[in-house]
Design a protein around this ligand. Structure first.
Ligand SMILES: [Zn+2]
Length: 109
């Protein structure tokens, strides 16, 4: 193995590189943490039902991000948890913590 940079591989089913995935996950985490911070600092967390609900959903997303990072470390990132097919990179860019592909997601709803 001489290739240190595997980011630009031309595999037919273009898998997302770990490098990209890490960046996307970090971006999502930072965005959520910023939102959480803003809610905490507004002092409305316990007063406002909507804020409370939002806090819960932000924490849920942060857990999903943790989960995605564990899968990334395990080398399973970008593979649907339902059908084991690769998840489209476009989907992962928008939703980097997605656990499954679009068609499985639709089935789940
Ligand atoms: Zn699937």
């Amino acid at each position: 193995m001489t290739s240190l940079d595997t980011e630009r591989s031309d595999s037919p089913h273009e898998r997302v590189s770990a490098h990209d995935a890490r960046q996307w996950l970090a971006r999502e985490r930072n965005a959520r943490l910023t939102q959480l911070d803003a809610i905490e600092q507004s002092g409305q967390k316990d007063a406002d039902e909507l804020m409370a609900a939002q806090t819960v959903s932000l924490r849920r997303v942060l857990k999903e991000i943790d989960h995605a990072e564990q899968r990334l470390e395990a080398g399973k990132y970008g593979v649907c948890e339902e059908c084991a097919r690769p998840v489209a990179p476009e989907r992962l860019e928008i939703l980097p913590y997605a656990r499954c592909c679009v068609s499985c997601q639709k089935k789940a709803v």
